[in-house]
Design a protein. Structure first.
Length: 147
């Protein structure tokens, strides 16, 4: 997968939060949370999603290690994810950076589009990421309902 799932160093990761706009509260219209087909999770609460995205949940029920894929800075996907947690993208990225630094979670894979999220969710057993709801989701990935 080359560039798609390359992980980034802490210095680069810190720069992701630079120039990030505040997220406005967004309903789940327009975006979906994707995981790999081998992940049996079909729905999650916002609290469960937050634990998975910020390193508290380390492993899925399938045994796969949770691996977050995230778009840099103020990408709409990152704004949506942050809005689910009632925070800003900057605060979310800061929290993730802190957890990576502490060794509590793996460095997120850097994604640049919904297509990257789909490819990531298809290829990585523990993947979790956000994509446009208009994206075609292949059988190797599936949408998780957030409640």
């Amino acid at each position: 997968m080359g560039k798609l799932v390359r992980t980034i160093g802490l210095c680069s990761f810190a720069m992701l939060g630079w120039a990030v706009a505040s997220a406005t509260a967004v309903a789940d219209d327009g975006f979906v949370v994707l995981v790999n087909e081998h992940n049996t999770t079909s729905s999650m609460s916002r609290a469960e999603l937050k634990r998975a995205a910020t390193g508290t949940t380390k492993q899925w029920d399938s045994g796969a290690v949770v691996q977050l894929g995230i778009n840099p800075g103020d990408a709409p996907e990152t704004q949506y994810l942050a809005s689910l947690f009632e925070t800003t993208p900057r605060e979310l990225l800061s929290r993730i950076e802190e957890q990576v630094f502490k060794g509590e979670m793996r460095r997120p894979a850097v994604l640049h589009s919904s297509g990257d999220c789909i490819a990531f969710a298809r290829a990585v057993a523990g993947a979790i990421c956000v994509a446009s709801a208009q994206s075609h989701v292949p059988p190797e990935a599936h949408v998780v309902t957030i409640h």
